[in-house]
Design a protein around this ligand. Sequence first.
Ligand code: ADP
Length: 418
Amino acid sequence: MPTTPRWKLPAACLAALVAGALFGWLAGGHVASGVAIVAIAEIVLLLTRDRHPARPIMSPTAAAKHNRLMTRTRRLASSLRDLRRTASQLPDGVVLLDADQRVRWFNHAAENLLGLRSPHDRGAPLGQHLPASELVDWLRQDEREPLHDTVAPGRPDSQISVSLLPFGRHQQVLLARDTSHVTRLEQMRRDFVANVSHELRTPLTVIHGYLELIDPEDAPALAPVLGEMRAQSKRMGQIVEDLLTLSRLETQHRVEDERVPMAPLLATLRKEAEALSQGRHRVAVEADAGLDLLGSPKDLHSALSNLVSNAVRYTPAGGSITIRWQRSEDGATYSVSDTGYGIPASHLARLTERFYRVSSSRSRGSGGTGLGLSIVKHVLNLHQARLSITSEPGRGSTFACHFGPERLLAPANGHDES
Ligand code: ADP
């Protein structure tokens, strides 16, 4: 944009004064009056000019361009204001963080849920303002999955789910959602299932007891019906027991840490497999981990034996079952492999859901409740362990439980792995 040279204005003023003096002289020798009039006019002009700072002179095209730019900038600023207003009213907590997790901006919900205060908490690292909690530990991690159902620092009676999303250049947005109502509904569902199971337990025990008392020889015609009634009442009893076990595991957040000697446990699991198989399968144990587990002996036994029982029930006679306890790269793995029916890949992801079965008739026929793998998953979660399943239809399956180093102990004296 062209600018006016600095000398032009004083020169113009001087020229005007000279012209004023000349004009005064010509008009009757009033040189001083001519100069004074021009001087006053110049002062007025200069004052007016300062109040409205000089606008650079632009060509019409440049001016149009400039106007368009100004309109666009105003629109952008207004959209930004609207966006910010909307974000500040969102029901979810939103916190804008810079690359060092310093708080740049947050909305009302974040004040409520995370206990942040404006302007005090702006500019400082987020973790610094939160009380020591699962959330603070989570923020320190480099790679993180969303954190679910953790206590809201600003409202200790509420639960939140938190996630971090990349935003702009090296920034992040933390989203905190109040999940208390979902947690409450979950709790209601758990209580309902636990109460129903508990209420069913006594009548079922009574019915089963009476059925056991009836001697089929007293009513030979009813013998087959009696047998079926006994089997079904036993199955219902087992379903109720499994539901109660699941309810307990779901409400538990941690397990009592006890030594679980693996050598005797593996021997028991082998005996259980042989008893269930009744000679129809070859059962082998390969245990070279030389380690014990740390956790709940009862729950671990229940989970590990569930896998053994499944292997026996879903492997036709003549097949083999191998129980392994081995060290792995990052801990130790307990696995049960069978040469049974196998499972199509499409079912694998859903196997640990309650009552999910690949084949209902096969499961019921083999006395399954449909809850075994659910129990296994919950027990493993409580021990920070993980279940992996590999299977090939018609060739067999391997169910493996991966335990981390924090759950492993060197065997105490007197325990032998073999
Ligand atoms: P169930 O009492 O029906 O066995 P589980 O939860 O233990 O219930 O297992 C869920 C389903 O997974 C079973 O119904 C069965 O279809 C499948 N399954 C589990 N273990 C095996 C296995 N070793 N081989 C083949 N299928 C299996």
